[in-house]
Design a protein around this ligand. Sequence first.
Ligand code: PHE
Length: 451
Amino acid sequence: MTNRATFGSKLGVILATVGSAVGLGNIWRFPYMLGENGGAAFLLVYILCILLLGLPVMITEFFIGRYSQRNAAGAFKALAPGSKWSIIGYNGVLAAFMILGFYSVVAGWTLEYFVQAVTGSLGGKSAAEFTADFERFSSGVFRPIAWTVVFVALTHTIVISGVKNGIERASKIMMPLLFLILAILCVRSLTLPDAGKGIAFLFNPDFGKITSSAILSAMGQAFFSLSIGMGCLITYSSYFYKETNLQRIALQVTLLDTLVALLAGVMIFPAVFSFQIEPTAGVELVFITLPNVFGQMPFGAVWSFIFFVLLALAALTSTISLHEVATAYVLEEHKISRAKAATYVSLGVLVLGVVSSLSLGIWKEYTLFGLSFFNLLDYVTAKIMLPFGGMLICLFVGRRIDRKILKAELTNNGTIPFYFFHTYAFFMKYIAPVAIGFIFLNELGIIKWMV
Ligand code: PHE
């Protein structure tokens, strides 16, 4: 395809991709997954998943996207015409819709908290009051839905402005600022009374806590956080330049994403223990911990204002990338305008968003497998669809793509070295798919290796 959109600069490529990876996954989902799955042991398994599965899958997605120059579903049609491999792309497009369905609800919460910071209603409450307030707000009808709509509208506006002006420009400003504020908040949290307990929870592993479901959660979190397994990075890398060093970008994105998750952990857990909040609090963990931390800081309202703006922006660079997966697919495969494609996607997402928001409140009783609609979307995407997609992506490239073509693309036709190419290829072809399959079978109880 000629004249395909690209990102406008090298920095833009990195920031947009980091922007996709870094988001609520790192700051909202990672801490509560870690809290629910026993702390440091989870962190250890998570880091193993990032290195052994995440990095090889990410490089492989970059290969597929830039080599094919197509959207998530189109890429497989182009590389393996007439085959069933395009199911990977459809799995990804569907996952994008489903993730956006609950992600935009949480993103909407960040806007509510931002407004509360501005109006001063976050100050002077006890930990119990913050918890009660969060529960009241998130189980309500009008406010959370209104914020979800606002968030989807913001995402929509940026996506229709296209790759360079929308996605790239937004990421360039937001990402560096986010790092800075996280670092400041870590320092504040570490100097709270009893901070040491939080650090021990985060870094002192109890290996008895490594259960089969903790491993599945860690794997799901690794895929979710790196934005892999659903064609998001296939879509983004299709906008990369021919000169982009794919290996380097993969390494940088992986490291930065993991760093942000760790910073989020260091920011949250000392505060969790200091304010005697339960680490297993679930989806509300961040929303009840942080207002407490801000309350302990001079100019707390200013800090919370900056933090929730940045969290909303980090969420926005991720929702843009999710939206783009679906929009690029509809636009290219159904040959309609970007604006129209984006509108269909936004409307679909809004329906899912409204239902997930209500499923935390008035529709709480309607559950499937014991999960609310919100939690079901989260579970099915992160723990099933993304790892499954990642497994198939590895199998596809491992079986269908000539090694010489793979190596030529990943070394920009031999102009940059790839020192560990064989190790990467081995992990991608064998280790990653076998490990993912094994974790699935173990969780389903088909292989009994761990409880
Ligand atoms: N990685 C994003 C986050 O951590 C979420 C995401 C998942 C974005 C999948 C795109 C694709 O917030």
